[in-house]
Each structure stands twice: as structure tokens, then as C-alpha cells.
Design a binder for this molecule. Structure first.
Ligand code: PNW
Length: 463
């Protein structure tokens, strides 16, 4: 905790479909996740977000908990289909009202809202009319939706995130088919991602052109796990670098450096769309901060032609395009989601971003872990989660010590919630949810955060 600046942002995060419930209340239209969950087998135990943790009705209680636990920032996302049930056209005033109440309640409790516009719940209507991420027209619809949000909420919201993890939406949604809308393809992810980047840039352009007087900041959040070369052979060092470029460079290079990484152009040929000159201009420097979601680390090696295709874990992207073989070190402890706990990978990830993108202001917008918790006498002693957070926050401290401009950290997640294809089987929360009663039970990790935040605030006052 020695190197965190006094104005460091300590927050926790959620997303609309994972917590809100009220899936068809007050005029909300269905999203691609409402639809995806209806097909048996798509989600473990055929769970869905119909009720989730019923945050829609319990948001006041939830904000009281944020306040009590000391958080001064809260990241949540807006459900596009709650604001525009058809994805475009008629605005649903009841949806606006919900987010107005949420934002006002946060501000009344001195908690800064960090608002994500798109956390994967695309209005189903756009999908059905084939105006989803595969169609270039989607960037106009996103711009329209974003404009409504800036216009209606921007007087009070000063921190915007356009897209959450376009890598996941593209690869898991349009490549591997494990997330909505469930497509399997080796070209659609590159097209969908291209349109996501353009949509992001257009929304930022509107914000900078017409909402300057709101004096807010806007950026994008990408996810990336660290790729450590399995040994020091040049071909494996190169493989690890290539994996990072296919993971994060894919989205960050167009924004910070002006175009897709050369290695992606070389390997993908015409499966990788090309930006026009004006799109490049719009994209360049279109993020006020570098939003990063980081969870784990894997070893990378050049794909051995003879080796059997091993995918310990589905986050390699379209690995055949990269020729990278991923693996875990058996010595690394695993979370119950099988993601390895490797804090030094976080330090290296932050350093890599600082080096490649000229030391931008980074905000970790998600970091966390899933463990199978148990309630004992009304308490949840999640020691492993406390250890996880301790070690990753120390890793952040190390990065700052080395000169990385890390400005904020959001824990994923404030609550146990609907963990996408894993349904309710995985618990990422620092607050436990009893899914029978929907009672919120603070875990030891939440109490640990309260102490850390307090300590930090005291330090800031005495200096
Ligand atoms: C993120 N991967 O998802 C999301 O932003 C959250 O909504 C989610 O609950 C959290 O992390 C935990 O999963 C990811 O395969 C999903 O690399 C998959 C991957 C990464 C992040």
C-alpha cells in the first residue's frame, strides 16, 4: 500500500444482466442473453438472469452496502434494452427512471458512478433484424444509444466506459459460440470486433463534440491475461508476444497506435477488416484512460505441429490463427474457476501496457476470483479470496513503484451474480448471495476491503 497515490480510486464492479433481474419489467426489451439462456445446454443448470440478484428492486440496499463497506466508486452497466427496448427508436422512460434513481442514490452516498454502456446484453431486436455486431450499421445504433445516455445521465455521470471486453464478446460470442449469440466461426470475431471498435470511436466522438460541458472522461475496457514465455527460446518469447498482440493489441493498438498489429494483418489476410483513413483518425486517442480487466496468467510456447491441440482453458482466442500453445504451471494455485493465481503476471501485464502504449493512465476495471464459499453462522470466511486480493493489490503496488500510471482498481465483483455460461455455480462476489432468500452476506473479503480503503484514506489525510 505504500505507492498508491492519494487520489487512487477504490471501487467494486457489476454488470446489468448479471445482477438486475426484472428481465421483462417496466418495458424492458429482451437482450441476446435473455434469448441465449432459453436454449437448454447453453448455460450450466439452464440458469438465467430473469431474477439474478434482483438488484432492480434492491438497489438502495445494495448502495447502502457499498457505502458501509467504504467504496467511493461503483462500476455498473446500463442495459441497452431497458433504455431502447428495440435497440433503437422509442425510449423507455421507465428504464431511464431506474438509472436516474440508481445514479442519484449513489451520489447521495458520495459514491462516483463508473458507467459501462455495453456489457454484452445487446437488444435481441437488433440481432433479429440482422443489425448486430456483424452489420456495420450497428455503430450508428450504438451511437444513438450512447447519445441518449450522455444526454439523460451525463449531468451526473463523469466516468464512462463504452464497451466491456470486446475480446470476449467477439471471441466467445462469435467465434467459440459459448456466449451469446452463440456463433461458431473463424472470421466473424474479426468482423464483429471491427464494428465494436468503430462503435466505440463514434460514441467517444459524440461525447467529445457535444457533451464537452459535462467535463467527464470516457474510455474503453479491454481484458487481457498475461502470457509468459514458457522458456527463453526466441521462438517462445515471440509466441508470448504474439499471443498478447492477438489478445490486447487487437483492440488497444488501433486506439493508442493507430491500426491493428502488423502480426495480425500478416496472419489473417482478408479475414481482418481494414480501417478507412477517417475511421483511423476517429479511433486514434479515443480513450481517456486504459481500462483493463485482468484475471490470470498462462505460459505461451510456439505451437508444436505434432502436439495434440490442448486447451486447458478456453481463453486462447482462435489459437490456430496464432500458433501459440498455452499451458499452466502445475505449481500455480488455481481458483475454483481453474484460473491460476499468478500475481506477478499482473505486474508484468501492467508494465507491458506502460511500455507499448507510452505509459497511459490505467484503471483496473476488474480483477477477482471465484471460489465455492460457504456460510457458517451467518459469516463467510473466504480466506483464499482475501489472499488473492492481497497478492494482486501488492502486484499493483509493485507496478506503480516501477513507474506505471495505475490510477484505480475495481474488485470483480461487488456481489455473487450470474456468471454467464457458468450460471450461478461460480461465486466472484465479495458479498455472498443466498439465492433462496436473496439475502446479501458480506464475506471476509469485503471486510478486508473496508480496512484497506480506510487505511489508505487515513494515509491521504495525514500527508
Ligand atoms: C469478465 N476469458 O468476463 C466479465 O467482464 C465479467 O462479466 C465476468 O463475470 C468476469 O470477467 C468473470 O468471468 C470474462 O475467457 C469472461 O478470458 C471470460 C474471459 C475473461 C473475462
Amino acid at each position: 500500500m505504500t505507492n498508491f497515490p492519494n487520489d487512487f480510486i477504490w471501487g467494486s464492479a457489476t454488470s446489468s444482466y448479471q445482477i438486475e433481474g426484472a428481465h421483462d419489467k417496466d418495458g424492458k426489451g429482451p437482450s441476446i442473453w435473455d434469448k441465449f439462456c432459453k436454449t437448454p445446454g447453453n448455460v450450466l443448470n439452464n440458469d438465467n438472469g430473469n431474477i439474478a440478484i434482483d438488484h432492480y428492486h434492491r438497489f438502495k440496499e445494495d448502495i447502502a452496502l457499498l457505502k458501509k463497506q467504504g467504496f467511493t466508486a461503483y462500476r455498473f452497466s446500463i442495459s441497452w434494452a431497458r433504455i431502447l427496448p428495440n435497440g433503437k427508436g422509442q425510449v423507455n422512460e421507465k428504464g431511464i427512471e431506474f438509472y436516474n434513481k440508481l445514479i442519484d442514490e449513489l451520489l447521495a452516498n458520495d459514491i462516483q458512478p463508473w458507467v459501462t454502456l455495453y456489457h454484452w446484453d445487446l437488444p435481441q431486436a437488433l440481432y433479429e433484424s440482422k443489425e448486430d455486431w456483424l452489420n456495420p450499421v450497428i455503430s450508428d445504433h450504438f451511437e444513438e444509444y450512447a447519445t441518449i445516455c450522455f444526454d439523460r445521465f451525463g449531468d451526473r455521470v463523469k466516468h464512462w466506459i463504452t464497451l466491456n471486453e470486446p475480446w470476449v464478446a467477439a471471441i466467445l460470442g462469435y467465434g467459440q459460440g459459448v456466449f451469446a449469440p452463440g456463433h461458431i466461426s473463424n472470421s466473424e470475431p474479426y468482423l464483429a470486433a471491427h464494428h465494436m471498435l468503430i462503435a466505440h470511436a463514434k460514441a467517444v466522438n459524440i461525447y467529445k463534440s457535444y457533451f464537452k460541458s459535462q467535463h467527464g472522461t470516457i474510455g474503453i475496457t479491454n481484458n487481457c491475461d498475461w502470457r509468459e514465455p514458457i522458456d527463453q527460446q526466441p521462438k517462445n518469447i515471440e509466441a508470448a508476444e504474439r499471443a498478447l498482440l492477438f489478445f490486447l493489441g487487437w483492440f488497444a493498438d488501433p486506439i493508442w497506435l493507430g491500426d491493428y498489429p502488423q502480426v495480425m494483418k500478416d496472419r489473417l489476410g482478408d479475414r481482418l477488416p481494414v480501417f478507412t483513413k477517417s475511421e483511423k483518425v476517429l479511433l486514434k486517442d479515443s480513450s481517456d484512460f486504459f481500462g483493463l480487466n485482468h484475471y490470470t496468467t498462462m505460459y505461451a510456447a510456439e505451437q508444436d505441429e505434432d502436439a495434440e491441440e490442448v486447451s486447458a482453458y478456453g481463453n486462447g482466442g482462435l489459437s490456430e490463427d496464432q500458433d501459440v500453445q498455452l499451458s499452466q504451471d502445475p505449481k500455480w494455485p488455481l481458483t475454483d474457476f481453474n484460473w491460476a493465481v499468478v500475481p506477478w503476471g499482473c505486474t508484468k501485464m501492467l508494465q507491458w501496457i506502460a511500455d507499448r502504449y507510452d505509459n497511459p493512465n490505467i484503471i483496473i476495471t476488474e480483477n477477482g476470483c471465484a471460489y465455492h464459499d460457504e456460510v457458517q453462522n451467518g459469516e463467510v470466511h473466504d480466506e483464499r479470496r482475501v489472499e488473492f486480493y492481497k497478492s494482486y493489490i501488492e502486484a499493483c503496488d509493485d507496478a506503480i513503484q516501477n513507474g506505471v500510471s495505475l490510477k484505480g482498481y475495481f474488485a470483480w465483483s461487488m456481489f455473487d451474480n450470474f456468471e454467464w455460461a457458468s450460471g450461478y455455480s461460480q461465486r466472484f462476489g465479495i458479498n455472498y448471495i443466498d439465492y433462496d432468500t436473496l439475502e446479501r452476506i458480506p464475506k471476509d473479503s469485503a471486510k478486508w476491503f473496508t480496512k484497506i480503503i480506510k487505511k489508505h484514506q487515513e494515509k491521504a489525510i495525514t500527508i
